[in-house]
Design a protein around this ligand. Structure first.
Ligand code: GLN
Length: 537
């Protein structure tokens, strides 16, 4: 079997198209099919690596080092599969392939055009991903909103795919916003009608319309959408805002998506959705509250640290705790008395980041966590801040720093590797993707993982400078994880502290609902131990 499901979006962006696509993936996987997912992003960047996380949200790094759109993180979390670079198709990648072929003379004689050259390249990318993944069903999300100029070649390509596949093997799912008007207290389907009309004008008649709204929409409204959009009534699904994204698969299943999938897949299989049922039970019951602070540079947008947010959530769900995240802009901490801001927290996380902005505030947060015995978890830059803080305040290296923040520091405790110094390019010069990390027996990391070797994903340039290793170790810092081949520090921890650990890799990227990353799990347990003192009072 090889079938394709396309997920497009209309009216506005940001209505959870990625979560919808991922949830459809989860329902298919639950039925025991081999499923994979790809995202087509209409922007001109070749990959998401050079995009600002403030504008576009987090860059999600895959096992093979591909720097991708954050929706791929949702896909991996929901279908519990590792994806690869073929799973993120951008216009930049497509155009650059077409232009390379043109220069090589592969289209000799032809005028190279949007249709068929660009659209063929897109179709090849989709078919290639389907073949390579060996999936029976591939879910293809088209980024952006129907009507965007950039998205047109992708929509044209998925329309043309009807020539390569029998119609019963393709399912077009369109999701739109149904706004609720406070003044008249009614939900409006007009934008949905317009959006579907626009899609039909490109030649795509959706099979399923998913209406996103604040509250569930009535049967009558769904009938109206069915009539105006020429979609079967049972194929109009209402998907209101839910209190957790992990409730979406079951919600869709109950709202009739299960019958849609039965019809599309040509057989009725009972879905094993036990993991989603278990999570739903936990989400729906009351739990004691845990307060974890995330000290980051960009805290205006949740998407910037979405995997950190999800990883903390997975671990909290497992411990049946109600996670309250407190987002703290690190610049606000510089030169302040921190007890008012950080004193009430059960744990502190410093996530990854680039450039010097806000780093001193992060270092101050580390110092506070270390001295006050608050569980601390440093991710990538968060490890680097922990090492700098330790060098300055425990080892007496007063102006210690990372050469990323201060190129002239007398004590470059975090530095580029010798063969990277002098590199000027920004793209492709990072340590990216999985590397093996040997975990030191008996350490906190080892207790968490229960394994001697773990494979975690990286995205950084700077490393702990081994010239200072002795000094740091003499002060009491323990390097409990190493990349043996280059002798690089991967995990540091502080024995004697309730929980203090930093990783050079990004453990948040491998955490999944129902299977939290072991370090996040241990961190949340440590936070709960601290919180239990508060609960008692
Ligand atoms: N800026 C640091 C580096 O390049 C940390 C990167 C990160 O946190 N992802 O090494």
């Amino acid at each position: 079997m090889s079938k394709l499901i396309f997920v497009t979006g209309g009216v506005v962006s940001g209505i959870g198209k990625g979560i919808l696509a991922a949830s459809i993936g989860a329902l298919i996987k639950g039925r025991g099919y081999r499923v994979s997912m790809i995202k087509c992003d209409p922007y001109l960047n070749v990959d998401a690596g050079t995009m600002s996380p403030y504008q576009h949200g987090e860059v999600f790094v895959l096992k093979d080092g591909a720097e991708t759109d954050l929706d791929l993180g949702h896909y991996e979390r929901f279908i519990d599969e590792d994806l690869d670079q073929l799973a993120n198709v951008t216009s930049g990648r497509i155009y650059s392939a077409v232009i390379t072929k043109e220069r090589r003379g592969e289209y000799l004689g032809a005028t190279v055009q949007m249709i068929p050259h660009v659209t063929n390249e897109i179709m090849d990318a989709i078919k290639g991903a389907l073949e390579h993944s060996k999936a029976e069903i591939l879910v293809v999300e088209i980024g952006g909103t129907v009507g965007d100029i950039e998205g047109l070649p992708f929509l044209e390509a998925i329309r043309q795919l009807r020539r390569s596949f029998p119609p019963e093997d393709l399912l077009y799912v369109h999701t739109t916003l149904v706004p609720f008007l406070e003044t008249s207290q009614e939900a409006k389907t007009k934008p949905t009608q317009h959006s579907v009309a626009e899609l039909r004008s490109i030649g795509i008649q959706p099979n399923v319309v998913v209406c996103r709204s604040r509250r569930a929409i009535s049967r009558k409204l769904r009938e109206k959408v069915a009539l105006f959009c020429d979609v079967d009534q049972e194929q109009v699904i209402s998907l209101p805002d839910l209190n957790s994204i992990y409730r979406v698969p079951l919600y869709l299943q109950r709202e009739g998506f299960s019958a849609i999938l039965d019809r599309f897949l040509g057989e009725r299989r009972t879905a094993d959705l036990a993991i989603w049922e278990r999570l739903e039970r936990i989400i729906e019951s009351p739990h004691p509250q845990l307060r974890v602070g995330v000290v980051g540079k960009y805290v205006g947008m949740r998407d910037t640290y979405i995997s950190v947010n999800e990883a903390l959530t997975h671990a909290s769900l497992e411990e049946e705790l109600d996670l309250q995240l407190v987002w703290i802009p690190s610049e606000k901490l510089e030169g302040k008395d921190l007890s008012g801001i950080l004193g009430e927290l059960d744990g502190i996380v410093v996530p990854g980041g680039f450039d010097p902005r806000g780093v001193e505030g992060k270092i101050a947060a580390v110092e506070y966590a270390r001295c006050q015995g608050i569980p601390y978890f440093g991710l990538c830059l968060g490890l680097q801040c922990a090492v700098i803080e330790f060098a300055r305040h425990v080892c007496g290296l007063e102006a210690a720093n990372s050469t990323e923040c201060d190129p002239f520091t007398p004590y470059p405790v975090i530095d580029l590797l010798a063969d990277q110094r002098g590199l000027e390019a920004k793209g492709g010069t990072m340590r990216l993707g999985v590397y093996p990390c040997s975990v030191q027996e008996g350490s906190e990391a080892w207790r968490a993982y229960g394994q001697d070797i773990v494979w975690e994903r990286h995205r950084h340039r700077y490393e702990l400078n081994n010239e200072y290793l002795h000094l740091l170790e003499r002060g009491g810092l323990v390097v409990s994880g190493r990349y043996e081949e280059l002798g690089l520090a991967e995990i540091v921890e502080l024995p004697g502290h309730p929980w203090f650990l930093g990783t050079q890799f990004h453990p948040e990227l491998t955490s999944r609902p129902g299977k939290p990353n072991p370090l996040f799990h241990q961190f949340i347990r440590a936070c709960a131990r601290r919180a239990s003192l508060r609960w008692k009072n």
